[in-house]
Write a protein that binds this ligand. Structure first.
Ligand SMILES: [Zn+2]
Length: 332
């Protein structure tokens, strides 16, 4: 409908909530951001989501009447059909009917997607994946998330959980992963794993333990970049180990799916830049079938934080346009 020309995109994470108002040409008209504050409980977080959305609307000098639909990307497992977040450990949520609440509260029909799928779809349509047919998004941060676009369609599998690249097993005797299993890619190449390896390297080489790690926090990606560029041998070893594992993991993915594009995004990739992407590409090329490697473009993400809000809004628009017309809309 032309009288509702805008879309709303929301990205719900464990630490921050992002919202953006998106114009008919998919340009971002305004952005708003709030801390999630998980510790306040689900009801308070829901209210903060609505407030972030309203702030974005105000900044765009618009109201709910201008918005055709809202899309929210959230950590899963979740059900995009019912709009329920089934379980999200980093939000401490179980069975939260997110879109029913949001549709009612904002007066805007709202749709749910997995946050990594939303980021991948945003990059596929508007970012680094433009022009590709089968595209895989891999986001490296405290964990490693993956999203799959196969032949131009988002692929989320039989129960909406496809794309869990981070939990591909590289070594059954490897380090314990956050999921409880051993040797997952995430347990070798996430920022959490890099922090653990850095601590071990520092102890082994009898070097000073980085201050943040001493405080029990994860190494910051920017600090890692500084030490790596300065040639600190502990950081170089950890970098080589992490990129080796990611490259080998993505070689398996390349052999399995033969994509024409893999996008690397997330905080670690943004901070370490082309050195990281080039090294992953080199390892991948050494371990995947040459025919598959020849067809593949491995590129850094282009949209940063905007990928999640854009992707969530675009996926919502598709769901909104597909909805059964005869049934009453969830919001009158
Ligand atoms: Zn795992």
């Amino acid at each position: 409908m032309t009288d509702r020309p805008w879309k709303l995109g929301i990205d719900l994470g464990g630490t921050k909530i992002l919202a953006a108002v998106i114009g008919p040409d998919n340009a971002i008209l305004s952005r708003a951001k709030k801390k999630t504050k998980v510790e306040l409980g689900a009801e308070a977080v829901l209210e903060r989501i609505a407030q972030t959305a309203e702030e974005a609307l105000q900044l765009a000098s618009g109201s709910a009447e201008a918005i055709a639909c809202a899309g929210i990307g959230a950590p899963g497992p979740l059900d995009p059909e019912t709009g329920v977040v089934l379980e999200a450990p980093n939000l401490q949520w179980k069975e939260v009917a997110l879109t029913a609440w949001l549709s009612e509260r904002l007066g805007i029909p709202s749709y749910l997607s997995n946050d990594v799928n939303a980021g991948t779809w945003g990059e596929y349509v508007l970012g680094a994946g433009q022009g590709s047919r089968s595209c895989i998004g891999v986001f490296v941060g405290t964990g490693i998330g993956g999203g799959l676009v196969i032949n131009g369609q988002l692929y989320d599998g039989a129960s909406h959980i496809a794309g869990e690249i981070g939990h591909m097993c590289l070594d059954p005797n490897g380090p314990v992963c956050g999921c409880g299993r051993r040797g997952c890619l995430e347990a070798f190449a996430s920022r959490t794993a890099m922090t653990r390896d850095l601590l071990n390297e520092s102890k082994k080489r009898d070097r000073e333990i980085p201050e943040v790690i001493e405080k029990g926090q994860l190494i910051r990606s920017k600090e890692f970049r500084k030490k790596l560029s300065a040639g600190d041998p502990s950081y170089v070893r950890v970098f080589e180990g992490a990129t080796e594992c990611l490259g080998r993991g993505l070689a398996s993915v390349t052999n399995l799916l033969n994509p024409d594009c893999i996008i690397l995004g997330g905080g670690v990739v943004e901070a370490l830049g082309s050195a990281y992407v080039d090294r992953v590409r080199e390892v991948l090329a050494a371990h995947a079938f040459p025919t598959a490697v020849g067809a593949l473009r491995l590129v850094p993400a282009a949209l940063g934080d905007d990928a999640g809000v854009l992707g969530a809004a675009l996926l919502a628009q598709m769901q909104h346009e597909r909805r059964p017309r005869r049934e009453p809309a969830s919001v009158s």
